[in-house]
Design a protein around this ligand. Structure first.
Ligand code: THU
Length: 143
């Protein structure tokens, strides 16, 4: 059974969704036309945003979650406690495989990851549900 997601207050969920919507509006996605915004709350309660940034050399594009994690680290934080991802269109999106592993570096298995659109805040999954049996920092002997 996957680990259940930890609870976030409704106020914090709404704040994360609002920040992710602003990030979505700033996405640079001229090739896919699929804007994504992400917001992550850290261990101090600060919220960090990211958007996808595509590139004419297609594989070099970066995901919204990666940008939000960079902002979190730059701010001096080291833990991710909750994520909201806003995609484009009507369906819920979850982080890509690579971003699930990037989130694992700073998030515990019970970290909640909410899918959202611009219209609605959607379902929540724990990081463990999206990346079961994961490999993380504690597996390395020097951590
Ligand atoms: N993308 C993200 O930024 N985050 C996700 O969770 C899924 C995909 C981006 C990558 C690319 O710029 C565009 O969405 C289409 O794949």
């Amino acid at each position: 059974m996957p680990i259940e997601p930890a609870n976030l207050s409704e106020a914090l969920r709404e704040q994360l969704w609002a920040v992710a919507r602003v990030a979505h509006a700033r996405a640079y996605a001229p090739y896919s036309r699929f804007a994504v915004g992400a917001a992550i709350v850290d261990e101090h309660g600060a919220v960090h945003a990211g958007c996808n940034v595509e590139n004419a050399a297609y594989p070099l594009g970066t995901c919204a979650e990666a940008g939000a994690l960079s902002a979190l680290v730059l701010a001096g934080a080291r833990q991710a406690r909750g994520v909201v991802v806003v995609g484009t269109g009507g369906s819920w999106i979850t982080p890509c495989g690579g971003c699930r592993q990037k989130l694992r570096e700073f998030g515990q298995p019970d970290m909640p990851i909410f899918s959202a659109t611009l219209q609605a805040l959607g379902p929540v999954h724990s990081l463990d549900a999206l990346l079961p049996q994961s490999f993380g920092p504690s597996h390395l002997p020097n951590r």
